[in-house]
Design a binder for this molecule. Structure first.
Ligand code: SBR
Ligand code: ZN
Length: 256
């Protein structure tokens, strides 16, 4: 029944049996081929104004490492770019591989990054997150690619005390905008959650410039476990969804 219950036990090819959206026409992630990208000069810059006090906890839910924010009012918001109105930051999480040569969900001109960080925001005009995920303009996710180099980033610092599934720890006074790369250049397209229920409610904003993390930060990420504390060790790696069909969608860029 575990297998039947949440579909996540089985691989992504079975998700559609419980979540029909998984076979939709606007699924994520996709490969971005620069030759097919259309520059759209009407795409302005995006702006994030985040309150460090909105950060609450960091947790391991057995499928990713997630930082949760207070989204009960317009405290940490994203606006501009392809978006209309202010979207509230709800959580951020990551997808990564078992080695540095893969791990990202989106692929850029054949390049897979070691990891991909997602900052998930929702449109308060839809009342709450549950309502927003039923709308095509309900959710906006900023995707940031991670490549391994000598640098260090704080996000992964809190990882030490959430090793196993279900572990949660305070993660406060954290401004996620420190994670943004220098350049604001982005690609944008309409897609879906990359995990069940795979709702097609996401305006994706993928930053062109990757950020750098150190090898030991990646090792820390890969030291997380899918299992609970007293269960057999099952490393939490390769939590990325395979590429989905583009189905005629056009990816636009804010840059030439
Ligand atoms: C979808 C929700 C759980 N999933 C997500 O929030 C989510 C967010 C971002 C991504 S990604 N990797 O595309 O950035 C994937 C999944 C569960 N859920 C379902 C109904 C619902 C109602 C209220 C609250 C949570 C609810
Ligand atoms: Zn994600």
């Amino acid at each position: 029944d575990r297998i039947a219950r949440n579909g996540l036990i089985w691989g992504p090819d079975h998700w559609h049996e419980n979540y029909p959206m998984a076979k939709g026409d606007k699924q994520s992630p996709i490969e971005i081929n620069s030759k097919d990208v259309q520059h759209d000069s009407s795409l302005g810059p995006w702006h994030a104004s985040y309150d460090p006090g909105a950060a609450k906890t960091i947790l391991n839910n057995g499928r990713t490492c997630r930082v949760v924010f207070d989204d009960t009012f317009d405290r940490s918001v994203l606006r501009g770019g392809p978006l209309t109105g202010a979207y509230r930051l709800r959580q951020l999480h990551l997808h990564w591989g078992s080695s540095d040569d893969h791990g990202s969900e989106h692929v850029i001109d054949g390049v897979k990054y070691a990891a991909e960080l997602h900052m998930v925001h929702w449109n308060p005009k839809h009342g709450n997150f549950a309502g927003a995920l039923k709308q095509p303009d309900g959710v906006a996710v900023v995707g940031i690619f991670l490549k391994v180099s000598g640098k260090y980033s704080r996000i992964l610092q809190g990882i030490d005390n959430i090793k196993t599934k279900g572990k949660e720890a305070p993660f406060q006074h954290f401004d996620p905008s420190i994670l943004f790369p220098k350049s604001r250049d982005y690609w944008t397209y309409h897609g879906s959650f990359t995990t069940p229920p795979c709702e097609e409610c996401i305006t994706w904003i993928l930053l062109r410039e990757p950020i750098e993390v150190s090898p030991d930060q990646m090792a820390k990420l890969r030291s997380l476990s899918k299992n609970g504390e007293n269960e057999p060790v099952n490393p939490l790696v390769d939590n990325w969804r395979p590429l989905q069909p583009v189905k005629g969608r056009v990816v636009r860029s804010s840059f030439k």
